[in-house]
Design a protein around this ligand. Structure first.
Ligand SMILES: *Cc1c(COP(=O)(O)O)cnc(C)c1O
Length: 407
């Protein structure tokens, strides 16, 4: 096929640069189509996706079962708003409750909205159930956290760039070091209503806390009548080798926050899960969203969940992740500081003298691997959970020389 002007990558890059807000610094690859673990750019070059849209496409790109559900539902009805009921929402609720063991679901769209919802829920619970005076509720969060980009959420970010110039910020948050359960306990006051935590910090560079941290944190929260709010938007739904990271330590967030892979990448769908004593504090009119829980989202999400179960994706993530990580650990490049992660959420931290992860990410792109730097020095490898061993081997052949600095 002849290449027209419209098919060259530079044309699309120029359009984005000319007309879009410059709030991102993307890797320059212009994707035209994607299937499973593979994506193809506008010039016909194929890449292995090792980012999975930050774990939103755990099921692989364009999974046929989710695609089918989306098309069928789009032909019937896409949006009713919650003014009316629809015949998809209840089915989605039931599927998610059956899968997770939680009693109630509150559906939203983006991850940040679900985090906002969890914050409102915890504050309301603190006020109505725990008896904290309204306006005095405190939520404890962790250093290096990432929970989204709304004004309230960036108010408790510890990344200066995320907050600078966006004041006035929302009060009511207390920051403690990540992975330190004693610091959590010491920060609790009579006004503490919740502890919001990522069970592995993805955006902070794939930081895995010490073994037992979540168990201790959950126990401390219980003892002090504080809600344990677990943000598994990135780590959940199979990514780390179990359905949720909390399953590794046999704990259960009083509030569990999901997003990203909840729709397999087709549509923004997020959800907040809790049991009756917590979710019951919301009354009609307390909270809502025009698109939250719409029938298209509900149908897509239900299909996305069934793919995770039917294809044993957590199990594949455990097996393939262990293999991938072990092979990365064997690379033995003087430029690598550490390989860490769980399941198919793996970070390779480069030494400071390696000159930053971005160079490596761009060199990987040139060899057909799409990854992304996280937090300056770390390259993240998080392919769709449907990846096969031969595909990991294909990736490793290309990753090895790059991590040795051969660009
Ligand atoms: C991506 C992410 C969010 C925010 O989700 P958006 O859909 O981008 O708003 C929140 N928490 C965690 C842990 C995330 O990885």
């Amino acid at each position: 096929m002849d290449r027209t002007l419209e098919q060259t990558a530079q044309y699309f890059i120029d359009l984005e640069e000319r007309y879009g807000a410059h709030n991102y610094h993307p890797i320059d690859v212009v994707i035209h189509e994607a299937k499973g673990v593979w994506v193809t750019d506008v010039e016909g070059k194929r890449y292995l996706d090792c980012l999975s849209a930050y774990s939103a496409v755990n099921q692989g790109h364009a999974h046929p079962k989710i695609l089918q559900a989306m098309i069928e539902q789009a032909h019937r009805v896409t949006l009713t708003a919650r003014a009316f009921r629809n015949d998809q929402l209840g089915l989605f609720y039931k599927a998610l409750c059956d899968l997770t063991g939680y009693q109630r679901v509150l559906p939203m769209n983006s991850g940040a909205e679900a985090v906002e919802t969890a914050i409102k829920l915890a504050r309301k619970w603190g006020y109505k159930v725990k008896g904290v005076p309204d306006g005095k509720q405190e939520i404890i969060v962790c250093e290096g956290n990432f929970h989204g980009r709304t004004t309230t959420i960036i108010s408790f970010s510890t990344e200066p760039q995320y907050k600078e110039g966006f004041g006035p910020l929302t009060p009511g948050f207390v920051v403690v070091p990540y992975g330190d359960a004693d610091a959590l306990e010491a920060a609790i006051t009579p006004n503490t209503v919740g502890f919001l935590v990522e069970p592995i910090q993805g955006e902070n560079g794939v930081i895995v806390p010490p073994e037992g941290y979540l168990r201790r944190a959950a126990e401390i929260c219980k003892r002090h009548n504080v809600l344990f709010i677990n943000d598994e938007i990135q780590t959940g739904l199979g990514r780390t080798g179990k359905l949720f990271v909390q399953d590794y330590e046999g704990v259960r967030g009083d509030i569990l926050i999901l997003g990203k892979a909840l729709s397999g990448g087709f549509y923004p769908v997020s959800a907040v899960l809790a049991d009756d004593p917590v979710m019951g504090v919301f009354q009609p009119g307390d909270h809502g969203s025009t698109f939250g829980g719409n029938p298209l989202a509900a149908a897509v999400a239900r299909a996305a969940l069934s793919v995770i179960v039917e294809e044993n994706l957590p199990q594949n993530a455990a097996v393939m992740g262990a293999y991938f990580k072990e092979q990365l650990e064997e690379i033995n490049s003087p430029l690598i500081k550490e390989v860490r992660g769980r399941g198919l959420l793996i970070g390779v931290e480069m030494k400071p003298e390696a000159g930053g992860a971005r160079r490596f990410v761009e060199a990987l792109r040139d060899r057909g691997i799409l990854s992304k730097e996280t937090h300056v020095h770390t390259v993240r490898f998080a392919p769709p959970l449907v990846i096969k061993r031969e595909e990991i081997d294909w990736a490793l052949e290309r990753i090895r020389p790059v991590l040795h600095g051969q660009f």
